[in-house]
Design a protein around this ligand. Sequence first.
Ligand code: PGA
Length: 265
Amino acid sequence: MVKAMQKVIKNNWVIGNWKSNPSSLAQAKDLAKEITAINFDATNGQIMVMPTNLHLSSIVDEMKDSKVLVGCQDVSFTSATTGAYTGDCSAEQMQAIGAKWTLVGHSERRTYHQESDKQLIAKIENALKNDIGVVLCIGETLTEYEKNQTLNVLQKQLAILKEINELENNIDKLIVAYEPVWAIGTGKVPQVAEVENVHKNINEYLLTINTGLTKTPILYGGSVNADNVETFAKSDSIDGVLVGGASLVADKFATLAKTFFATKK
Ligand code: PGA
């Protein structure tokens, strides 16, 4: 008899990437306080916020008695620990401050800092060595999208995972966030069917790297807001959302998160 395929249960995530916002620590703390008060069902998923490095320690403190996790937006590729690397913050320092996850490869860092695959590999290794989970961001530009190159571009960006020695022992410390560059901060979003096709492809490609990655949550990011989040949450292939602009207004972020988790129930 043919055994029925078991549905893989993945964690659901709503992640707020605060980028270089807000301008003061007082504002960041206010935002954190309001987000801490969001009443969401933790059995159903996880909320995480990612403040700037400057605000990280205070926000960890602000959120310490809440269900909200705090992560960072980047870690240094030069050293996993300490050393003479002016301006860098290492994964060991992030871990000591209380960051649980880090973004790696966000399109803004790929663009403004010309981050190379070699650097991204080192960042992932450094994070995992320090027990920090990695939200690997991938996405195609508008030109690539228009030329129908999306799947190829994404596979190339994901291929760096083959080089990660630490991956085998840290399978549950990886999240992939698919963020079309043309959808970030623009108000434009792809059709859900397009995202579903991409996520299916990402999932299949991850399995060729390591079969353990079957449980890797695959998030969508790019102009997600409280009004459109339900359409993404309805899809079984979208395990979460990475939110920029809409994560900076506490009540909008609260509505977004509650809608996401309620739809996933
Ligand atoms: P956005 O940003 O929600 O403002 O489009 C998303 C991101 O950059 O992660």
